[in-house]
Write a protein that binds this ligand. Structure first.
Ligand code: AMP
Length: 138
C-alpha cells in the first residue's frame, strides 16, 4: 500500500480543492468534513504525506494528536459539548475511504445521535461551523 499523491486531501493541501479551514500550524491542517455526521465534525490531517496510521511516523502522529487535543478542547467550549468522539480508519477493510491520514473529531452532547453517512452539508452551514470553532480557538 503506497501513498497516492492525487488523493483528495493532498489536493486540499496543495490548494487545488477548497476546504472550510478551521486551524493550521506548521505540521497539521484542520477543516470541516463535507458530509458531517454531526454539527462541528472536523478532520485533522498532517501536512506531510502518509496513507494512514499504519505508515505514519511517530512525529506525524504526535503532531496530529496534539492538534486533535487542541481542537477538541476548543470544541468542548464552542458547542457546550459533554464529550468528544474520535474516529480514524485504516485501509478499506478498516473503513478508510480517503488515503491520507486523518482523524475525525465529533463534538457530542448527552443523548445526541450521529447522522447516517453520505449527507452533503450546505457550504454556508459549514462556513458557520468553522467560524464558531475558530472563535473558540482564538
Ligand atoms: P474515511 O476515509 O472513511 O475517514 O472517510 C473520509 C471522510 O472524508 C468522509 O467523512 C468524507 O465526508 C470526508 N471528505 C471527503 N471529501 C472531502 C472534502 N473534499 N472535504 C472535506 N471532507 C471530505
Amino acid at each position: 500500500m503506497s501513498y497516492d499523491p492525487d488523493n483528495i486531501f493532498a489536493k486540499i493541501l496543495g490548494g487545488e480543492i477548497p476546504c472550510h479551514k478551521v486551524y493550521e500550524d506548521d505540521d497539521t491542517l484542520v477543516f470541516m468534513d463535507i458530509m458531517p455526521r454531526i454539527d462541528g465534525h472536523v478532520l485533522v490531517i498532517p501536512k506531510t504525506p502518509c496513507r494512514n496510521m499504519l505508515d505514519a511516523s511517530a512525529d506525524q502522529l504526535a503532531a496530529v494528536m496534539a492538534t486533535v487535543q487542541k481542537v477538541s478542547q476548543a470544541m468542548m467550549a464552542a458547542y457546550g459539548a459533554d464529550g468528544i468522539t474520535l474516529q480514524q480508519f485504516n485501509e478499506p477493510a478498516g473503513g478508510q475511504e480517503v488515503y491520507h491520514l486523518h482523524f475525525h473529531i465529533l463534538p457530542r452532547r448527552e443523548g445526541d445521535k450521529i447522522r447516517p453517512p453520505g449527507q452533503m452539508a450546505d457550504h454556508a452551514d459549514l462556513a458557520a461551523e468553522a467560524d464558531k470553532i475558530r472563535a473558540a480557538l482564538a
